[in-house]
Every structure is written in structure tokens, then in C-alpha cells.
Design a protein around this ligand. Sequence first.
Ligand code: AMP
Ligand code: MG
Length: 407
Amino acid sequence: MLSVQAAEAIILNLVNSRASNQVEIVALEEANGRILAQPVTGKLDIPHWDNSAMDGYAVRYQDVQNCSAEKPVTLEIVSEITAGARPQAEIQPGQAARIFTGAMLPLGTDTIVMQENTQRQGDRVLILQPPELQEFVRHQGAFYQAGTPLLAAGIKIGAAEIAVLATAQCTQLSVYRRPQVAILSTGDELVTPEQTLQPGQIVDSNQYALASFVANNGGIPIKLGIIADRPAELKQAIAQALTSADLVLSTGGVSVGDYDYVERILTELGGTLHIRSVAVKPGKPLTIATFQDNNCLYFGIPGNPVSALVSCWRFVQPALKKLAGVNYQPRFVNATTRHDLRAGGSRETYLWGKLHLADGEYEFALAVGSYSSGNLINLAQTNALAIVPVGQKLIAAGDQVKVMLLD
Ligand code: AMP
Ligand code: MG
């Protein structure tokens, strides 16, 4: 059996040689959640022109620098400039323009006096306190200069990046194509959530879990549904999945049971098996295959719902993210465990639960309820996996444990 680290290295190696990172152009409205494939350079300075950061008066600093409450300077108000308006006249010595936040500075002015430091008298204004030179002026290009790098390639586009791109009027973006991920569930016992359960049947939760996992990690899930434990059908379904996807995720059928056909079929289809099992709990029977005549990477994942998701988080996530154009490393922190963490000792063991900050220190608490890879109920609302290394059977409450973050 391979160690977790050895399996991880094999997977990264396989995916690095496959990640084609093809690019497509999307409109800004469709760019949320996508990964920028090329650096973006803007054509506009930001701010686009000198503008006021306050409601007040645009003045010539020289006119007002020596004023005070006792000896205010009186200026003639010759124009009013609202946000969005284009100033008409140049401001001469002894004059000021009424101005509002965001409005463009008129020629001749260099400083804004905030309204609170003035007193209005008809078409005149008294300046009661001297401003700093250029106070409350947002200068053209102060935040960004046209032609310089705006956003780097490889970043994920979210609300803030959308705001930046919209401001810079970048409406067409080059992003990485999202990997197509075929998902199939194997097992005679499986039915969809809509079907009425007959005795002995169980609901195919993996299909749904994996589809949301794929979508959350930048892939496009292609749900191929439930495939019965019949070699011919399974072979046909797998062959079809291989032609339609960058990555195939199947669950079930990879153990040593009489009806576990996946490995055999992968071999029959000309696949090379790179991994057949990993010294990890849950998730030992992980099967990874590649094929000579296409670029697809195949992950055969155990059927137990908890094993399936833990395998996805630990092994599929870095591969999927890489295919989506993101260089991702699982994130680990050290935490104090609130509960005893038990393991068999022969496999690296992942225990699911909650990580939180207590007085600035990470603390890990096991999920409540029965701990079994068959029980998916207490997986809900977990955010971390605590790791008991090979060779250890107990990490006692109060001790330090390495914890993998789930996001
Ligand atoms: P297998 O890996 O096929 O031996 O399945 C192991 C266990 O996981 C069995 O109890 C299955 O019923 C269960 N299981 C397999 N596939 C799924 C699935 N798609 N959704 C939920 N449970 C499953
Ligand atoms: Mg099965």
C-alpha cells in the first residue's frame, strides 16, 4: 500500500502532464468564480481625473493658506460642479467652485475645503480654516496608472475583482476553460433521491456530493447517474465517460468484493493503474488510471459516502484545481484537540470535525455522533480533518494535532 504522500506525488505528476489549461474568452458578467488566464492591463487611469473626496469648495491653495476663523478669506462662488458634470470655467484668483464628492476639479484649483470649515453667504463663501495643499483631492492615476499590471494571471475572480475589472472597463476576459468532470455511481443497491426505496436499497448520495464538490472546485460536473454492478454496462459507461471528460470520478466497486469490477474494467479498456490502494483511513481502495489514447484521468473512489468525500478532499481536490488552472496545496494547521483521536496505527487516519479559534489558538473538536465511514450524517457542518499519522494509535485530548482545512 502506498503512503498518502507517495499517492499525492503520483497524482500531482499525472495531473501536471495533463493540465492543458486551455483558455476561453468570457464576458465580465460570466467571469465570477473563473480563473484569469492572462494578466489584465487597463487602458484608463484610476481615478480617471482629479476629483473631490468631499462636499465643499474647490479653491486655489494660495488664496486660502493664511486664513483663520478670526480672519476668514472670502471667495466668490462662480460655479457649481456636481458629480458627473464637466467643469466649464477656469477658477481665477479670489474665486471658488461649489463642489460635491466625486465631482471633477475645475481648472485653476488644487485643493478642496470641506463644507464644515466654511460659511456660505449668498454667492460668496468664507473659508474659516486653512486646508493642506491638495487636501481632499483624489488625483488622476493615484490608485492605478493606465498600462501597468492591474490583475495577475492565475487569480480567482470574485466580487472585488469584478469591481476592479468593471471600473477599468475590461468587459472581455481570458479565463481557463473549466475541466469537464464525469461522475458515475456504481452499485445495484442505488436509487435516486426521487425514487421510492425498496427494501435493501440506498440513495445515491455520492452523485450529488461529488457534483457539488466538482462545482466548488472550478469543474463542470457531468452527472452520468447510477450504473448497475454488471460488467458489460459498467464497461460501456466508463468507456463513454472517458471520451467525454477531462476527469472521471466513479464511486463504489473498487474494493475486493465479488461485485467490485472497476479495476478489471479499467485494465480491459487499456488503462494503466497508477494507484490501487493507499494507506489511508477512510478511503483505502483508491484507484487511479490513465489511458494511452486520451488525456483523461480516472479516479475510482470508494463507495462509502464519507470515504468518497474524504478521498475527494485529500486526493482529487489538488488534481481538479490544477486542471482548472489553480496551483493548490492542501492547507494544514496545528491545533489542540479537544477529544481523544484514535486510529489503528497502520494507516494515516482522517477524523472529521470542527476547527475553530479559541483565544487565538486553533482547537479541533470531533464531529458528534457515531464515527463510521458508513455514516455521512455527522459529516455535515464539519470544516476540517484531523490527522493521526501512521504508527500512532492515539492523540490524547489536549495534545497537538495536524489538521487539514476544508473550504
Ligand atoms: P462499495 O465501495 O461499492 O463496496 O460500496 C461501499 C458502501 O458504500 C456500500 O454500503 C454502498 O452501499 C455504499 N455506497 C456505494 N455507492 C454509494 C453511493 N453512490 N451513494 C451512497 N452510498 C454508496
Ligand atoms: Mg458497490
